[in-house]
Write a protein that binds this ligand. Sequence first.
Ligand SMILES: *Cc1c(COP(=O)(O)O)cnc(C)c1O
Length: 428
Amino acid sequence: MASVNMNKKIYEKAVKVIPGGVNSPVRAFKSVGGDPIFVKHGKGSKFTDENGREYIDYCCSWGPLILGHADARVVAAVKRAADKGMSFGISTAAEECLATMLCKALPSMEKVRFVSSGTEATMSAIRLARGFTGRTRIIKFDGCYHGHADFLLAGAGSGVATLGIPDSAGVPAPFVKETIVLPYNDLGAVKNAFKKHKDKVACVILEPIAGNMGVVPPAPGFLEGLRKECTAAGALLIFDEVISGFRAGFTGAQGLFGVTPDLTCLGKIIGGGMPVGAYGGRADIMDKIAPLGPVYQAGTLSGNPVAMAAGIATVSRLANKSVYKQIEQKAEFLCDEIQGAAGNAGVPVIINRVGSMFTIFFTTEPVTDFASAKKCDTKRFAKYFHEMLKRGVYVSPSQFEANFVSAAHSWDDIRATHKAAAAALKKL
Ligand SMILES: *Cc1c(COP(=O)(O)O)cnc(C)c1O
């Protein structure tokens, strides 16, 4: 039965009609080598590829699947919604419902606008910040990824980092001229930039817990410092919580660290596996968006009723906050065990973890920014990835990515993963 490699067969056909055979670059396994796999179906903590092989999944669609694959309640909600119509281009009550849930969960968010991806959320939030302040420059951090909008493709981490594209072809230099890229966790650099660009900075945007250079938590005082600097300079502070929103806890990174942004970008989890993004924040800022204000932003499928249904089902389940305690416990246990196994195998690793998101860095030094992340042994990571794959565990296919524990991961899954990791690490 396993004599035909279906993954390979499909891949060979896919590369003929899709660039690289994939619709998002990191799926192509470029940084770890080998042919990508194709998924047939998933359930709970696991998915099955086209060869019929089952994997415990720690990528979880890059974060959205906090309840695991094909969660029964989410699937039922999606089916109910689809039965009533896939899209209208006219408002539905579901939009108000999810918007109210998000605003209630995140007190910094008085109003929210739905879009269809994280990329759209950050791009629109920055347009709004520029429209609101009347300024043009933005500050971002090296290794933080905010989607693929032109002016955000500078120092953009993960996919871009692994592919070794410093920027991107097709982005004219003037488009990133207003983008100031600083090292993550370096408040001094931010202070200097504000001195230099003072009245020209519209906003500072960051992942308040970085996930796209691998997991890097904010240094103590970093977020608080940014809040102070932004307020003093009259610039907006934008938290890109596309990963950390409803992941770092029900109130996201802003709740965890007690720092209030002016605008927040969301995505991933709030769509429960469907394409959803959102940006929101202070009402006086949000009211600058059309139709109330002069900042234009629109979307044919924005607030799509099927996507809203998946989001509502997911977020309402998370409102039972015991989910976070459980997934954090499992992630903590797993990371401790892997740290121990690495020690036994004589393989130096640094594990960064915030709640249920973590990265195993193959390095000897603490990873606090993109420069230290880049010192990792990516060849060793690639070997680890494939050794895990062989043992039925799918970890995110790049050194510079986060891994996620979902509510569907059982203690048996965690123990099996530890066992796989212990064996894999001995092979490195
Ligand atoms: C995934 C991600 C995005 C982009 O979201 P897409 O839905 O892929 O466009 C933006 N910011 C962060 C922090 C992300 O992790």
